[in-house]
Write a protein that binds this ligand. Structure first.
Ligand code: ASP
Length: 364
């Protein structure tokens, strides 16, 4: 283990970010502080609350609020989570999921999603699904209507088509524009003419946004379930499948302990079975936040050399979200680069962002 990695710093999101978010309900667990949902509710990635900056919609919307209203109406946690993430899949301005998700290197959008019911111990998933806007709902159908857990590619598409899901073009004019820009900026030796001199390359090309949406739900009576949906890493090799549809990595839920999910570099998460690791850490008594940090420590300790910077830290970010069977919740990220370490929460106190724990400070 490198010295740098040993010298970890455990920080919370910036003071400015913390001040901006509603103050959580705090509980001490084993000497640590944990936050607890105020009645049925859910947590998720930051994009599960409010449109992203620059979103042309005037009114705000919140996937965690929608999921919580379904929980209050008596829907199961897994169904509530799917209703929530569907809102983002349908949003053409959300570039990390469903319609408008950034495509693979050939300009084709391939979607991954999973769902898990922590009460029934059942799960469903789809991977590399093309032309279907709502992969989380299709994953739910895999769970409910088949004897299988994961359908991929052409088989997943045929399954969705048979169920009546319409086939649509998932590439929006904006996501096509960003893809073409990325292709033109790839290298001086290929046959695509790059940006004109002095032209700007958009930040989405320089560092593709992480945009997966995860929601974990708790019904106030000890039942949990979740959903994770994504268009995966932008410009990926066609057929690449990330962590989101891998049960135990991008999502895991068990009423006996809790529910967890992830966003960020999927390959690194799969290698530590992140969501399962977090749920098992909660089972042995760790708070959700501490369980997320433990999984992140494994990611950073095991990270291959080529993915470390000069100081030995990972070059990528990864975020975890977790809630336990008692409704306590937390989140942690390696750096909190995206959304300033915020995550989304909704319960009796309404939808909001809160600040998660951060493993490494960016200022070295
Ligand atoms: N976790 C996703 C994947 O690796 C990417 C993301 O969160 O943006 O497919």
């Amino acid at each position: 283990m490198s010295k740098q990695i040993e010298r970890r710093t455990f920080l919370h999101g910036s003071a400015a970010a913390a001040a901006a978010w509603a103050s959580p309900r705090l509980f001490a667990i084993g000497g640590r502080v944990a936050r607890k949902l105020d009645g049925p509710g859910c947590i998720g990635s930051a994009n599960a609350h409010l449109p992203k900056p620059g979103h042309p919609k005037q009114q705000s919307y919140s996937a965690v609020e929608t999921a919580t209203s379904r929980l209050r109406a008596g829907d199961r946690p897994v169904d509530s989570a799917v209703v929530g993430v569907t809102l983002l899949e349908d949003d053409p301005y959300e570039t990390g999921v469903g319609l408008g998700g950034l495509p693979n290197e050939e300009g084709v959008v391939e979607l991954d999603a999973s769902v898990m019911d922590g009460t029934e111990h059942r799960a469903g998933a789809v991977a590399a699904l093309r032309n279907i806007q709502n992969p989380a709902a299709v994953a739910l159908a895999v769970m409910r209507k088949t004897n299988h857990l994961l359908l991929v590619g052409e088989g997943a598409l045929r399954f969705a088509r048979d169920l009546g899901y319409p086939e649509v073009s998932l590439l929006t004019p904006e996501s096509r524009r960003v893809w073409l820009e990325w292709r033109a900026a790839r290298g001086a030796t290929d046959n695509w003419i790059g940006e004109p001199e002095g032209g700007s390359t958009s930040s989405a090309v320089k560092s593709p946004p992480l945009g997966t949406t995860h929601i974990s739900c708790w019904d106030g009576k000890g039942h949990v379930g979740g959903a994770t949906t994504t268009s995966g890493l932008a410009w990926k090799v066609p057929g690449r499948v990330g962590d989101s549809p891998v049960i135990g990595a991008g999502l895991f839920a068990d009423d006996g302990a809790g529910s967890a999910g992830s966003t960020g570099r999927g390959e690194s998460n799969i290698l530590v079975a992140g969501a399962h690791t977090i749920v098992e850490q909660m089972r042995i008594g760790k708070s959700p936040e501490e369980a997320c940090l433990e999984a992140l420590r494994r990611v950073t300790d095991q990270c291959e050399r080529r993915l470390r910077d000069a100081s030995g830290r990972p070059t990528f970010d990864l975020a975890y979200y977790a809630l336990n069977k008692d409704g306590e919740y937390g989140s942690a990220m390696i750096y909190g680069r995206y959304h300033n370490a915020a995550f989304a929460v909704c319960d009796g106190k309404g939808p909001r962002h809160e600040s998660g724990a951060v493993l490494f400070s960016e200022s070295k």
